[in-house]
Design a protein around this ligand. Structure first.
Ligand code: FES
Length: 215
C-alpha cells in the first residue's frame, strides 16, 4: 500500500458534472480496488480505480470543494492506494451497469474480461464512448427492463440506480459496488460499516464490491 504523490495527466469531461482524471504514474492495483485522495481540508475522498486510454484513472463527480480541487485546481495529489479487494467475476458473459462515476472501472473490466458495459447518465455525454450508453431515467429504465440475460452483473452507480437495477434483475450472480462515506479507507474509523446478512461489514476492507445476496 502506497501513501505518496500522484500527478494529474488529463481531465476529460464526461457529462455536465463528471470528469475522468488520468494520472501520469503507473502502479499495480486490482479491479475493484480504490484510492483515497487528500483534499485541502485534509479529508481524503475515495474513488474506485480504473483505466482510460492506457492510463490509470478515476472518475470524479463534482459535489463540493474537495472534488472541485481534484478536477480543476491541483495537479499533484497526496494519495493512499490501492485499497479494498479485488473483484473476480464468475465465468461467462457479464455486464457492468454503471454511472459515469464508475466509467473507468467499467473500462478496466471491459478490457480485462471483454464484458459488456452499459453507462446510464443523467445528462448528455460529451463524446462517443467505446460502449453503450443511455441518457435520462426513462431510456435507462427501458434499457434495463429489456436487457438480455447475462451470467453475471456488476452494478456501480448511485443508490437510486442500484436500487432500480437490482429490483429488475433476477440472478444469483449480481454484485454491487457500495459507495458509503469513508473516513480512513483502512478499517480504522468504522464510518463505512454496513449491516449485511453476514453481520456488519466495512466497505473499505470487506468491499467495496459485494454480492447482492448478502446485502
Ligand atoms: S473508511 Fe474507515 S473503517 Fe472503512
Amino acid at each position: 500500500m502506497e501513501n505518496t504523490y500522484l500527478t494529474k495527466k488529463d481531465v476529460i469531461q464526461i457529462n455536465e458534472d463528471t470528469f475522468i482524471v488520468t494520472f501520469n504514474e503507473k502502479f499495480k492495483f486490482d479491479e475493484g480496488q480504490f484510492i483515497m485522495i487528500q483534499t485541502p481540508s485534509l479529508t481524503r475522498k475515495p474513488f474506485i480505480l480504473g483505466t482510460w486510454k492506457s492510463n490509470i484513472a478515476v472518475s470524479v463527480q463534482i459535489k463540493g470543494k474537495g472534488t472541485k480541487y481534484i478536477v480543476f485546481e491541483e495537479k499533484k495529489f497526496k494519495a493512499h492506494f490501492p485499497l479494498g479487494n479485488k473483484f473476480i467475476p464468475p465465468a461467462g458473459n457479464g455486464i457492468v451497469i454503471a454511472s459515469p462515476t464508475c466509467i473507468t472501472l467499467a473500462n478496466l473490466l471491459h478490457e480485462k474480461y471483454s464484458c459488456n458495459v452499459l453507462i446510464g447518465s443523467k445528462s448528455k455525454i460529451n463524446f462517443e464512448l467505446p460502449f453503450e450508453s443511455v441518457v435520462g431515467n426513462e431510456d435507462f429504465s427501458k434499457k434495463i427492463k429489456t436487457l438480455k440475460p447475462y451470467d453475471w452483473y456488476l452494478v456501480s452507480g448511485s443508490k437510486q440506480m442500484e436500487e432500480f437495477v437490482l429490483s429488475n434483475i433476477e440472478s444469483k450472480n449480481v454484485f454491487v459496488s457500495l459507495e458509503e462515506y469513508m473516513g480512513c479507507g483502512i478499517g480504522a474509523c468504522k464510518s463505512c460499516a454496513v449491516f449485511t446478512k453476514d453481520g456488519v461489514k466495512h466497505v473499505c476492507t470487506d468491499g467495496p464490491i459485494f454480492r447482492r445476496d448478502i446485502l
